[in-house]
Design a protein. Structure first.
Length: 111
């Protein structure tokens, strides 16, 4: 298996990890079960956002994968359906922001 396969695999695993973290933040906000893991998750997602900002809204793994592919598909660098890869940032940023706002409201304004 080539280098692109391994980059796609790692990229997909990291993506899946962040999806779980984002849904955990949302779950915490909905249920009010806010704990250290919630805040660690928020910090991780914000950290990932900073990485994306530093790399001009590209994941560093996308930039690495570009060396091994000239595909114009949005999912050339990850094992996701093309439509999900295309709208990934919008979908999961929205879900994260909803969860984050709920966590903040519950933390600072009570239940």
């Amino acid at each position: 298996m080539g280098k692109l396969f391994w980059i796609k695999l790692v990229h997909t695993l990291i993506w899946a990890f962040f999806v779980v973290v984002i849904f955990y933040v949302l779950f915490s906000g909905i249920t009010g079960n806010i704990n250290t893991y919630t805040w660690v998750g928020i910090a991780l997602v914000i950290g990932e956002g900073l990485v994306l900002l530093i790399f001009k809204m590209f994941c560093p793994l996308t930039l690495m994968a570009r060396k091994y592919s000239d595909s114009t598909k949005d999912n050339f660098d990850i094992f996701l359906p093309n439509g999900l890869a295309k709208n990934n940032k919008l979908i999961f940023t929205s879900i994260f922001l909803i969860g984050f706002v709920l966590v903040l409201v519950r933390t600072f304004f009570g239940e």
